[in-house]
Ligand binder design. Structure first.
Ligand code: SAM
Ligand code: SF4
Ligand code: SF4
Length: 344
C-alpha cells in the first residue's frame, strides 16, 4: 500500500524538510548576509530562542510521519551549531511509517568541514553539499567577506571524500560581473573528480542583498559556455522535485547541474518546507511571513497530534509560486525573510 501523501492546493506533495539550525555564519556572502547589514550591530537569535536538538527531532518525526523523505540541515552555517553530529545521528535514526530510512543531508560553506567530516559520516549523514563560488582567492574573499582560504574549503571537500561521502555536490552561485569568469576554471577543476558541480542563478532572496536582474547569468548561458569547451548532454532527473537540471560531459568526465531558479521556474514541482532556527514554518523561500510557530506549540507542551495538525494546516492551503510570479510581485513593497534564517 502506498503511504498517504500530503498535498498542497496545487497538488504538490510535501517531501523535503529544510532545517536552519543556526542563523549565524562565519562568512558574509554579499548575496546572502552582506556585511554592512549583518555587522556587529545585527542581533542574532539568543540561544534560548533556538530550537533544541530534542525539539528539532520531535518535529522532524512528525514531518516524516506526514511524508517527508529528505531532511537537509542548513542555516546560516550548520557546522557552527555545537554538537551538530549528535543531531545528525538522531535524525538519521528516524524511519518512515514503512520502516524506510530518511535521507539526512547538509549544505555547508566548507570552512569547518575538514574537522567535522569524519564525525558527520559516522553520525549517518547521507550526503553533503559544499558551497564554493570560485577558485580565485581574491574573488572568493570578496564574495564571501571572509579571510578563509579556498584551500581550507577544498581540504574540507577532500576530507569528505576521504571519509567515504559519495555523491558530493558543490554549489556555485554565479553573479554576472562578479564571478562569471570562474565558471570554466571551476568546471575544469571538478571534472573527473566524481563531484557534481552545480551552477545556481543568483536569486533575489531576502531583502538585503540589493539583487538586480542584470547580475543574473542565465543558467542556459552557463551551459552554453561550458559546452563550447567541454560538450555536454542532458540527462533525466533522478527524483520528483529535483531542482537541478542534470548534464553529463560527453567525454565521460562526469556530471554537472544547473539550478535556474530565476529563468526556468520550478514552482510547479516544489516539494520543500522550511523550519526556521526558532521553529517557525515557511512554505516558500521567498516568504514574507511564517505559516506556523511550532516552537510555541512545543513549549506549550502540545502533543504530536497538535503539531501534526499545524503542519497539515500549513501545507494543505499552500499556493506559493513566487518564482513563477516574480515579475509581477517584484515591485511590491514587502520584507522577505532572510535565507540564513529559514535555510537555503
Ligand atoms: N552556509 C551554508 C552554505 O553556504 O552552504 C548553508 C546555508 S546557504 C543560505 C545555502 C545555499 O544558498 C548556499 O549554497 C548558497 O550559495 C545559496 N545562496 C545564498 N544566497 C543566495 C542567493 N542570493 N542566490 C542563490 N543562492 C544563494
Ligand atoms: Fe553564510 Fe551560506 Fe549565507 Fe554564505 S551563503 S553567508 S556561507 S549562510
Ligand atoms: Fe518553491 Fe517558492 Fe522557490 Fe517556487 S519560489 S520553487 S514555491 S521555494
Amino acid at each position: 500500500m502506498n503511504p498517504p501523501v500530503l498535498l498542497d492546493s496545487l497538488q504538490r506533495p510535501m517531501l523535503d524538510l529544510r532545517i536552519s539550525v543556526t542563523d549565524r555564519c562565519n562568512f558574509r556572502c554579499a548575496y546572502c548576509m552582506p556585511s554592512e547589514i549583518f555587522d556587529q550591530h545585527h542581533t542574532f537569535l539568543p540561544r534560548a530562542e533556538l530550537l533544541s536538538f530534542e525539539e528539532i527531532v520531535r518535529v522532524a518525526q512528525v514531518f516524516v510521519r506526514l511524508g517527508v523523505r529528505k531532511i537537509r540541515l542548513t542555516g546560516g552555517e550548520p557546522l557552527l551549531r555545537r554538537g551538530i553530529e549528535r543531531l545528525v545521528a538522531q535524525l538519521a535514526a528516524l524511519r518512515t511509517p514503512q520502516g524506510e530510512l530518511v535521507e539526512v543531508t547538509m549544505t555547508t560553506n566548507g570552512a569547518l568541514l575538514a574537522t567535522k567530516a569524519q564525525a558527520l559520516k559516522e553520525a549517518g549523514l547521507s550526503r553533503i553539499t559544499v558551497s564554493l563560488d570560485g577558485l580565485h582567492q581574491d574573488i572568493f574573499q570578496r564574495m564571501t567577506g571572509t579571510n578563509v582560504q579556498i584551500s581550507t574549503v577544498l581540504a574540507g571537500i577532500a576530507a569528505a571524500q576521504r571519509v567515504g561521502f559519495t555523491q558530493i555536490k558543490v554549489n556555485m552561485v554565479v553573479q554576472r560581473g562578479v564571478n562569471d569568469q570562474e565558471i570554466l576554471p571551476m568546471a575544469a577543476y571538478f571534472r573527473h573528480t566524481g563531484i557534481v558541480l552545480r551552477f545556481i542563478e543568483y536569486m533575489d532572496v531576502g531583502s538585503s542583498n540589493g539583487w538586480v536582474m542584470d547580475e543574473v547569468m542565465p543558467a542556459q548561458a552557463i551551459i552554453d559556455l561550458i559546452s563550447a569547451q567541454y560538450p555536454l548532454s542532458p540527462i533525466a532527473p533522478t527524483c520528483i522535485g529535483e531542482v537541478a537540471h542534470r548534464w553529463v560531459y560527453q567525454d565521460g568526465a562526469g556530471e554537472i547541474g544547473q539550478i535556474a531558479s530565476v529563468t526556468q521556474v520550478f514552482c510547479h514541482e516544489c516539494t520543500r518546507i522550511r523550519l526556521s532556527t526558532d521553529g517557525k514554518l515557511y512554505t516558500c523561500l521567498f516568504a514574507d511571513q511564517a505559516r506556523a510557530d511550532l516552537r510555541n506549540l512545543l513549549r506549550l507542551g502540545k502533543q504530536d497530534a497538535e503539531i501534526q495538525q499545524a503542519i497539515v494546516q500549513c501545507w494543505q492551503p499552500r499556493a506559493d509560486r513566487y518564482s513563477a510570479l516574480r515579475q509581477a510581485v517584484i515591485q511590491l513593497p514587502r520584507q522577505k525573510i532572510e535565507m540564513s534564517y529559514i535555510g537555503g
